[in-house]
Every structure is written in structure tokens, then in C-alpha cells.
Design a binder for this molecule. Structure first.
Ligand SMILES: [Zn+2]
Length: 338
């Protein structure tokens, strides 16, 4: 079987790998209909997160179940399924509180840029549709697996409610889908911070009412101008750098909410800044599994079209070009067809 393996900075290869097999009775093997490249894959690709050995890549997936282990009872061969980037039993006390991405049995998926994928804890990790979905909905269903689920968590964690004023920091795919999520949750005003024309356009399609292209202190000043001088009710941080995190905290009104879903790189917070900011902070790896049934339903009902974030589709064997296009910001997000 062929799959994507990262060997070092900007060295991604499509090469032969062992075919996944059922190794535990709770596993399933899924034949992937589509997979994709995540913004977080660019950290190791760029060498910012060191790669010490050849590492299989990919954690976003949907497809048809090929085989299940003998203890799998809900998921059946032939079903179309979507799963999260983190496996979960969906029964432990943390899962029951809705934080499946911190399940006591969690494993992070990392071999999904391939044709076949082994999914641990299949009953708790995967969500099946009643029928095979039409082909044109595959990109949007794939988006629920991580990028939409993460944007949705950002909006939920930042307490977005009908009438809220929301700021989204970051115009990557997660940021754009955080805009869509805030819109679905009834936000009245959605300010997208973006400097790129094509991304600004998509942000507006997804529901952004204002665009701020300034960054840092200037960006914060623009947000204050737009919010009667106080800052936004909810700020969704979808980048993960020290600058974006401070921008998010400073753009939030006292008593407001900051959600952070960008994987942090070098973020350190000053206690005194935090103390006087007077904001709620909530973030982390999104518990996508909590939201999957609802998000899949919204896609199947034609209520949302998150698949629009995929502006490049390539056959899986051209995965290296997919990474290059995202690295050079020629593409927002690359969908790969096995
Ligand atoms: Zn659990």
C-alpha cells in the first residue's frame, strides 16, 4: 500500500507502507474516499516541529468500512464513516463530559494520507451515515473530520450565541470554518482578521460581516474601533503563535471569551497581562467526536458547505505538490483522492 511519509523538512514521499491490519478486536479498517493536508501538518513539514524518523502523515479521513474486529458492534463493513483525528472510546468519564479528544484511551491518528487506515476504538471514534452519501458531498463530509470540527469547537468554546460580536484570528481553513460556525450559532457580527483577498472573499461567503487586515497592536486597535472601544464578546484564535494569541486576548472585552484551537508554538502568557485582561480562556485539541453527528447532519441536509475550503484537489500520489501549494500559500487546503 502507498502512503505519505515525511522524512525531513520539505521531504514528503509517497511510498510503500505496510498494509494496515486489525491488531485489536476494537479496530476497523477503512478504505478512504478522501483525505487531506492539515495546517498543523505544515509545522513538521517546515521543520519547526522536528522530525527524527520517517513519519507517516495525515489525520483527516472519511471512507467505507472494509473490515471490523470481533468486538466492534455498531460500525459495520460497507458503511460510510467519518472519524476524528483522535480516537476515543466515547464511554469514559471524560468522553461523557464531551472531551473525547482527551479520552483516557486516546490515540492521535497519523497515517491517514493513504488508501487504507486502521481506526482504533471504531465504535467510539467513527460516525456512520445511514446511506452512502452522494459523491459531491465527500469534501464537506471530510471537512467535518477535523477542520470544521475544530472551527466549531472554537465558536462553542468562545461561547458564541445569537447576537454575539465575534472576532476570528487566522484566515487558514480552520479560521474560515470558525467564521461559518459562528454564523451557524447566530453571531450578529463576525470580524475576520485576514490579509489575503481570496481568503477574505471566502470569509465573507461563510458569514463574515467585517474584515480587518491589520495585525498586532494595529489590529487590536481596529477591533476596538469596531466594538465601541471595548473589544469583542468572543475571539477565536486559530493560528497558535505568540502574536496571534496576544492579539486574541487583547481584542476581547473584559468578561468575554477567548477560544484557542491553533496548535501553540512558542506561546507563553504573562500572568499580569492575563489577570487584567479579565477574559475566559478555553481551548485545546477539538473534541470533534462530540460534534460529528450534528455536523454530518448539517452537511447532508445542505445547510452548510464547509468543503469550499478545499481549493486544490489532487490525486493522493501528488501529495508532495499538495504540501508545497499550502506551504507557499498557493492553496488554502488540499484535498487528496486515494
Ligand atoms: Zn473516553
Amino acid at each position: 500500500m502507498l502512503g505519505a511519509v515525511l522524512h525531513g523538512p520539505r521531504d514528503i514521499r509517497f511510498e510503500d507502507r505496510p498494509e494496515p491490519k486489525i491488531t485489536r478486536p476494537t479496530d476497523a479498517i477503512v478504505s478512504l474516499s478522501a483525505t487531506c493536508i492539515c495546517g498543523s501538518d505544515l509545522w513538521p513539514y517546515r521543520g519547526i516541529q522536528p522530525v527524527t524518523q520517517p513519519t507517516p502523515m495525515g489525520h483527516e479521513y472519511c471512507g467505507i468500512v472494509e473490515e471490523v474486529g470481533r468486538e466492534v458492534t455498531n460500525i459495520k463493513p460497507g458503511q460510510f464513516v467519518v472519524g476524528s483525528f483522535a480516537s476515543s472510546d466515547n464511554t469514559c468519564v471524560i468522553c461523557r463530559h464531551g472531551y473525547q479528544s482527551s479520552c483516557v484511551h486516546r490515540e492521535f491518528m497519523s497515517e491517514a494520507q493513504s488508501c487504507l487506515l486502521r481506526v482504533p476504538l471504531a465504535d467510539g471514534t467513527l460516525v456512520a451515515t445511514n446511506d452512502l452519501p452522494p459523491k459531491e458531498l465527500i469534501p464537506s463530509l471530510l471537512a467535518t473530520s477535523d477542520v470544521l470540527g475544530t472551527g466549531w469547537f472554537a465558536a462553542d468554546a468562545a461561547n458564541v450565541k445569537p447576537g454575539s460580536t465575534v472576532v476570528v484570528v487566522g484566515d487558514g481553513a480552520v479560521g474560515l470554518l470558525a467564521v461559518l460556525s459562528a454564523k451557524q450559532m447566530g453571531a450578529e457580527r463576525i470580524i475576520a482578521m485576514s490579509r489575503h483577498a481570496s481568503r477574505q472573499k471566502l470569509a465573507r461567503e461563510f458569514g463574515a460581516t467585517d474584515i480587518v487586515s491589520e495585525r498586532g497592536e494595529e489590529g487590536v486597535a481596529r477591533i476596538k474601533d469596531l466594538t465601541k472601544g471595548v473589544g469583542a464578546d468572543s475571539v477565536l484564535e486559530c493560528v497558535g503563535t505568540p502574536e496571534s494569541m496576544m492579539q486574541a486576548i487583547r481584542a476581547t472585552r473584559p468578561g468575554g471569551y477567548v477560544a484557542y484551537v491553533g496548535v501553540p508554538h512558542g506561546v507563553e502568557l504573562d500572568g499580569e497581562d492575563l489577570f487584567f485582561a479579565h477574559v475566559h480562556l478555553h481551548g485545546g485539541p477539538a473534541p470533534v467526536r462530540r460534534y460529528l453527528p450534528e455536523l454530518i447532519r448539517l452537511v447532508l441536509d445542505g445547510k452548510i458547505d464547509p468543503g469550499k475550503v478545499f481549493d486544490l484537489t489532487l490525486p493522493l500520489e501528488q501529495v508532495a505538490e499538495g504540501y508545497r501549494a499550502m506551504d507557499e500559500r498557493r492553496a488554502i487546503k488540499t484535498l487528496l483522492r486515494p
